[in-house]
Design a protein around this ligand. Structure first.
Ligand code: ADP
Ligand code: MG
Ligand code: MG
Length: 256
C-alpha cells in the first residue's frame, strides 16, 4: 500500500511583480492507495493550487508544511521524479506538447515511470484496449498531444494515461468540467476501473457534485479559502448539492 500525506501545507502564488500571494492556509490530508477522496469547494478556493503544488509547478511557492509519498519528500523531487515515484497529476489545463504523438508520449511516459520500455508485444494491445474502453478513435493515437484537443478528448486522454501508467496516487483536477453527459459517463467509468483495481489512490478535485453521481468517493473534503473546513463520507456531497458552499464561505471570509 502507498500513502500520500499532506501536512499543514502552506503555499503562495508568485505574482508577475514578484510578490507572493498566500493561497493554501494549512492543508492536511492523507490518501492511501485504494481510497477515493473528493475535494470540493467554490471557485478560487485554491483547489488547483493544491494540485499544482503537489505537481511541482514553478509558479507556486511552498511556504510551510510537507508532502510525502510513502515517507519520501515529494516537494524535494523534480517533476519527473514525482511521476517516477508514482504520482499522477492531470492538470486542469493540460499543456500542448508540439510534435509528439499521443502514442509516443504514452510510451515515453510509461518507460520513464517503469524504468524500462514496455514490451512491444503487449504494449500496442494495451494502448488500443485503453482507447477503445474510452470510446476513442484509434487514429487519435497519431495526433499531437493536446494540439487542438476538445475538452472531452483531453479528459479521455487523461484517463487513458491513468489506465496505462498505473500510478500509486492520482490527482484529477476538474475532470468533469466541460464534459457532456455521455463523455462524463465514459470518463467516470474509466476512473472507476482504475479505482476498482484497488492499487491507486484517487484525489478528485471538483467544483460540481455531478461527477460524484458516477464515482462514489470514500471521503469528501470541503475546501474553502485555502483549507479543508469539513470532512465526511459520500453523504457530504449530497448535502453540498442541496445547500452549496454558502455557509462555509461566510465563515471563512470572516476568518481571512
Ligand atoms: P480553484 O481551483 O479552487 O478555483 P485556484 O487554485 O485556481 O482555485 O485559485 C486560488 C486563488 O489563487 C484565486 O484567487 C486565484 O486567482 C489565485 N491564483 C491561482 N493561481 C494564480 C496565478 N498563477 N496568478 C495569480 N493568482 C493566482
Ligand atoms: Mg477555478
Ligand atoms: Mg481549479
Amino acid at each position: 500500500m502507498s500513502t500520500l500525506e499532506i501536512r499543514d501545507l502552506k503555499v503562495s502564488v508568485k505574482l508577475p511583480e514578484g510578490e507572493l500571494k498566500p493561497i493554501l492556509d494549512g492543508v492536511n490530508l492523507t490518501v492511501d492507495s485504494g481510497q477515493t477522496h473528493a475535494i470540493m469547494g467554490p471557485n478560487g478556493s485554491g483547489k488547483s493550487t493544491l494540485a499544482y503544488s503537489i505537481a511541482g509547478h514553478p509558479k507556486y511557492q511552498i511556504t510551510g508544511g510537507s508532502v510525502t509519498l510513502d515517507g519520501e519528500d515529494v516537494l524535494a523531487m523534480s517533476v519527473d521524479e514525482r511521476a517516477r515515484a508514482g504520482l499522477f497529476l492531470a492538470m486542469q489545463y493540460p499543456v500542448e506538447v508540439p510534435g509528439v504523438s499521443v502514442a509516443n508520449f504514452l510510451r515515453t511516459a510509461k518507460t520513464a515511470i517503469d524504468g524500462e520500455a514496455p514490451k512491444l508485444r503487449t504494449w500496442g494491445g494495451e494502448l488500443r484496449g485503453a482507447m477503445e474502453r474510452l470510446q476513442m478513435d484509434p487514429a487519435f493515437a497519431q495526433r499531437n498531444v493536446n494540439e487542438g484537443f476538445s475538452g472531452g478528448e483531453k479528459k479521455r486522454h487523461e484517463i487513458v494515461q491513468l489506465e496505462l501508467l498505473k500510478p500509486k496516487i492520482a490527482i484529477l483536477d476538474e475532470t468533469d468540467s466541460g464534459l457532456d453527459v455521455d463523455a462524463l459517463r465514459v470518463v467516470s467509468e474509466g476512473v472507476n476501473r482504475v479505482r476498482d483495481t484497488g492499487d491507486t489512490g484517487l484525489l478528485l478535485i471538483t467544483h460540481y457534485t455531478r461527477i460524484l453521481r458516477y464515482i462514489k468517493p470514500d471521503f469528501v473534503h470541503v475546501f474553502v479559502a485555502g483549507r479543508i473546513v469539513e470532512q465526511g463520507g459520500p453523504e457530504l456531497a449530497d448535502k453540498l448539492e442541496e445547500s452549496g458552499y454558502e455557509r462555509y464561505v461566510a465563515g471563512a471570509g470572516a476568518a481571512r
